[in-house]
Design a binder for this molecule. Structure first.
Ligand SMILES: Cc1cc2nc3c(=O)[nH]c(=O)nc-3n(C[C@H](O)[C@H](O)[C@H](O)COP(=O)(O)OP(=O)(O)OC[C@H]3O[C@@H](n4cnc5c(N)ncnc54)[C@H](O)[C@@H]3O)c2cc1C
Length: 392
């Protein structure tokens, strides 16, 4: 892969809306991505391997629990800093951002929000430092967009719970030490359980042959009569709203992350368009290529404004789930379209691993599907504005 010459676009001077702390946090993450991710990521994506050596670095830039209070090892930052970290990491690779998102919003968040003090003390500092990596088991083979239909279940055996079922498409599963698993009790109510690697009957086979998020490890979680200690149930929230609350936080991070992937594709295509000569001119001088670049920067700028405003609302505790759905859907769609257009600007070179664009494009095919598909988020907006439920 070529040297990382990334320069972040800021067409509407959005930096003026950021605090000094936001810029410090973002610039540290940006520098770290240039130094530690860009030189190795193409190789790891080609090998379909997660680069485990970056885990400490992710912890150091605050990517594990950016908004979790410092008393639990988190970075104690606000929602905009959290978003900016996700933006910068995904500028490097969506798979690496997925690992950070899962750790922060799908594992640390539920333990912090729905767990008791003992659970917080036991798990959060180790997850924040990267000593432990976590995963989040909601999706099942027969229940993706409709997680409420899940079959995974646990029974009260007196001194412990007995967990049975299977989850699939679980990011970080193959190497995670801890899994936050959503399962139904005997009354059919959904609860979160903390399952640890090494518990008898718990296995995590890896999912192979992905063309997308190749630098992120994905796997299954299989529970075959797993004895889960009673103290491992998250006591403070149950029902489908509990996992959905985690997804709100992760989807918000994805909305920022997608901007990072789009920025990288745009910046690469812009630079290439000024250097590549055809018909005696740089291709950036042709109107058709300018149209692509002009539309890209317009869409990136709109997404930045949408997402910054969503961050302000989240900081004030006012952002709704439907607002988060809109930003996730819009920004991932925006990024995937920019990746496709940017790939064309690079002609044949666009399909090679010399440049990041094709990797981003393939990664974004997962990002547009996970954490609620493009269509599901549209239906959430539809429900919000009409009050009429298309899911029933
Ligand atoms: C790489 C990767 C990593 C993932 N990581 C995790 C993870 O860490 N943890 C986890 O729990 N899950 C994870 N997922 C799972 C992901 O969230 C699901 O794939 C997603 O929710 C969609 O579920 P599905 O694949 O079963 O598709 P389905 O639900 O079968 O959907 C198939 C199609 O039908 C459409 N559809 C479904 N219902 C409706 C409807 N009512 N109206 C209109 N259209 C509809 C969908 O939009 C989609 O286009 C991951 C997925 C991938 C690909």
């Amino acid at each position: 892969m070529r040297p990382d010459l990334f320069e972040a676009p800021d067409y509407y001077n959005l930096d003026e809306l950021l605090t000094d702390e936001h810029k410090l946090v973002r610039d540290a993450a940006r520098e770290w991505v240039k130094r530690e991710i860009s030189p190795i990521i193409e190789d790891y994506a080609q090998k379909a391997e997660f680069p485990t050596q970056i885990i400490n670095g992710l912890a150091e830039i605050g990517a594990f629990g950016p908004y979790i209070p410092m008393e639990y090892g988190g970075a104690g930052l606000d929602q905009i800093s959290y978003g900016l970290i996700m933006q910068e990491i995904e500028r490097g690779d969506s798979g690496v951002r997925s690992t950070a998102s899962v750790q922060s919003s799908l594992v640390m968040y539920p333990i912090w929000k729905y767990g008791n003090e003992e659970q917080r003390q036991k798990y959060l500092p180790k997850l924040a430092s990267g000593e432990w990596i976590g995963c989040f088991g909601l999706t099942e083979p027969d229940h993706g967009s409709n997680p409420g239909g899940m079959m995974t279940n646990f029974k009260d055996m007196g001194d412990h719970y007995l967990l049975n079922g299977a989850k699939m498409w679980i990011s970080n599963a193959p190497f995670a030490q801890v899994a936050v698993v959503w399962a139904k009790n005997e009354e059919g109510r959904i609860h979160g359980l903390i399952v640890e690697r090494g518990m008898e009957g718990f296995t995590t086979p890896e999912t192979h042959n992905k063309w997308s998020l190749r630098a992120s490890a994905t796997g299954e979680l299989i529970f075959d009569n797993v004895k889960v200690p009673k103290e491992n149930v998250l006591p403070n929230k149950s029902g489908l709203g509990a996992p959905l609350g985690c997804l709100d936080s992760a989807r918000y991070g994805i909305a920022w992350g997608a901007i990072g992937a789009a920025m990288d594709c745009y910046d690469t295509a812009l630079r290439y368009s000024k250097e590549r000569m055809q018909f005696g001119k740089p291709i950036g001088q042709f109107q058709l290529q300018q149209k692509k670049l002009a539309e890209m920067i317009t869409e990136i700028t709109k997404a930045q404004l949408l997402t910054w405003r969503l961050g302000v609302l989240r900081n004030d505790g006012k952002a709704t789930s439907a607002q988060i759905s809109m930003a996730k859907r819009n920004n991932v769609d925006m990024a995937i379209n920019i990746a496709r257009e940017a790939r064309q600007i690079l002609g044949g070179m666009g399909i090679t691993g010399e440049y990041s664009i094709m990797r981003h494009m393939m990664n974004l095919e997962s990002v547009i599907t996970y954490e609620g598909t493009h269509d599901i988020h549209l239906l959430i907006t539809g429900l919000d504005v009409t009050g009429l439920n298309a899911f029933k």
